[in-house]
Design a protein around this ligand. Structure first.
Ligand code: OGA
Ligand code: MN
Length: 231
């Protein structure tokens, strides 16, 4: 898994001008003059970019319960606690982290992961066996990168434990186009297709962690990430 991160293509952080943030709104059916639906976890640089990525990004709030979060935490902590947080590799895509991977899970965690796979991946899609566990220190963050296209397929699905955070996607060939996803603690996010291949993704560091102008304090955060294989 280490390899997988190392070969993740790191993008240069270009000058990032924070203009106003657009929220995704979709007028309900014209017949049903209901309230305008809002997507509370998504904002971005324009309505166009929001419409373009809307089908390829998803955040499911409260995908796991507090008990399930605890069960996952207990199980991943065993593999993590032997390791030290890595801070000094400035060329890495990730700063202030430790990681592990896990193939075999206890019953509770296995059933959570089954649910993740059922909602995230196309049926029959071959999956990467080991699940990736990434523990970001409070001072840790993930720089903009694209996961290796050689080792990972069209879909990335991650559970967020312990802390809320903001994931930013920036279009690789036009950094003026970006969207932010609010990843609440215990949510599941899914990136698919262009959102995964044509946008870099990153997790903002605590001091830059804002969503739609609102501060989102970043504490220690553990993500449990499932990926599929390239076809
Ligand atoms: C990665 C990554 C996101 C997350 O490990 O490649 O982008 O949610 N992780 O931790
Ligand atoms: Mn990644």
């Amino acid at each position: 898994m280490r390899l997988l991160i190392r070969v993740a293509k790191e993008a240069q952080r270009k000058y990032f001008h924070r203009t106003s943030c657009y929220r995704f709104t979709s007028e309900g059916s014209t017949l049903r003059k209901g309230p305008v639906e809002e997507c509370k976890w998504l904002c971005g640089s324009s309505q166009n970019i929001l419409s373009a990525v809307r089908e390829q990004v998803e955040v499911r709030q409260n995908f796991i319960s507090e008990e399930e979060e605890n069960a996952l935490f207990k199980e991943v902590e065993k593999g993590l606690r032997k390791k030290r947080y890595e801070f000094d590799h400035w060329d890495d895509a990730i700063h202030g982290y430790r990681e592990t991977e896990r193939l075999q899970w206890g019953d509770v965690c296995e059933s959570i992961l089954r649910r993740v796979r059922a909602v995230a991946f196309p049926e029959g899609s071959p999956l990467l066996g080991p699940v990736h566990v990434l523990d970001l220190d409070k001072l840790g963050y993930i720089k903009p990168h694209i996961d290796s296209v050689k080792f990972c397929g069209s879909t990335i699905a991650g559970l967020s434990l312990l802390s809320d955070s903001v994931m930013r996607l920036v279009q690789e060939n036009n950094s003026a186009d970006w969207v932010d996803l609010l990843l609440n603690r215990r949510s599941l996010y899914i990136l698919r297709d262009d959102a995964r291949f044509k946008f870099t993704h990153e997790i903002l560091k605590d001091e830059e962690s804002f969503f739609s102008g609102q501060r989102v304090p970043r504490h220690r955060r553990i993500s449990v990430i499932c990926r599929n294989l390239p076809v």
